[in-house]
Design a protein around this ligand. Sequence first.
Ligand code: AQP
Length: 339
Amino acid sequence: MTDVQFTPRVFSGIKPSGGLTLGNYLGAIKRWVAMQDEATENIYCAVDMHAVTVWQDPAALRQGTREIAAGLLAAGIDPGRSILFNQSRVHQHAELAWVFNCVARVGWMTRMTQFKDKAGANSEKASLGLYAYPSLMAADILLYHGTHVPVGEDQKQHVELTRDIAAKFNHDYGVDFFPLTQPVIEGPGTRVMNLRDGSKKMSKSGDSDMERINMLDDADTIAKKFKKAKTDPAPLPETVDGLTDRAEAKNLVDIYAGLTDQTAEAVIADYAGAGWGTFKPALADLAVSKLAPVSDEMKRLLNDPAEIDRTLEQGADKARDIAAPILDRTYEIVGFLSS
Ligand code: AQP
């Protein structure tokens, strides 16, 4: 462990590789908004350089980046209290990532389960960027000496890798320069699953739109997606233990819990014995009531893209002010000569 005390600083990001989903909202955004009330500096980022690890249409990438910014602002991220920007506007991310590419070991990257999931059987054809992406993620966090990273369950392994990179850098150069970052994975909804297959997580870029709830879906679409969500024939059980081995049923209960900030136990206490004909419409109504105010505000903000771009640029200026001295010091530690 490093013995240096670092100021608590939160960093997290979302990839503009498609529209925001309910998974992003429950697993990340809701927590980010709440963290603004805690005694931390908060830095939130649309990680567009991660998005291009798989092919992105340039116009869709620009739109997706603005949509993330609009989603975060609409959900309650306040640019007066948090720094909000897009990653590619702060060139220090890529530069620190190169240093970390030289610190991280190939074996560490090979163990990353998300690479295996995303590259699938065709890993030889995956981009080098997709393989190295956890090293860029470590740079995103450590460029700000981020101490806490609120993420969904799926990103835990990458935050652990960030700690490994920080520890190896500190050890190799005999410094206490980078903090050992903590993942913050709390509350219900940290792993929202695909509505058609409860063994896979809900993703922005899954094959079918019916697998996910998009933040910009209208009320009818949300109701239709929950109605068609895969379940089993049994009613909801009397206790949460009865959800074991019922991945799809458990997912819908967890989503309900995430949307109401309750535990799954509390949801089951209210719906024990209920059939899907009762539970699914209740869940759809709940989702619409929680998401509609956010999506309405998102649509309003997206009508003025120039204003979103200005907000992101102001955030990038503030981000650079923190990042530049940390990268400069890293270069000095590594031994890069400067004039
Ligand atoms: N299904 C999910 N449940 C809970 N949390 C989730 N997050 C994403 N999906 C879920 C959390 O949202 C934050 C941003 O993640 P991301 O969108 O940048 O990256 P990802 O996890 O790779 O997202 P996708 O949707 O799977 O992207 P695609 O399909 O484009 O590859 C993170 O904190 C993540 O944990």
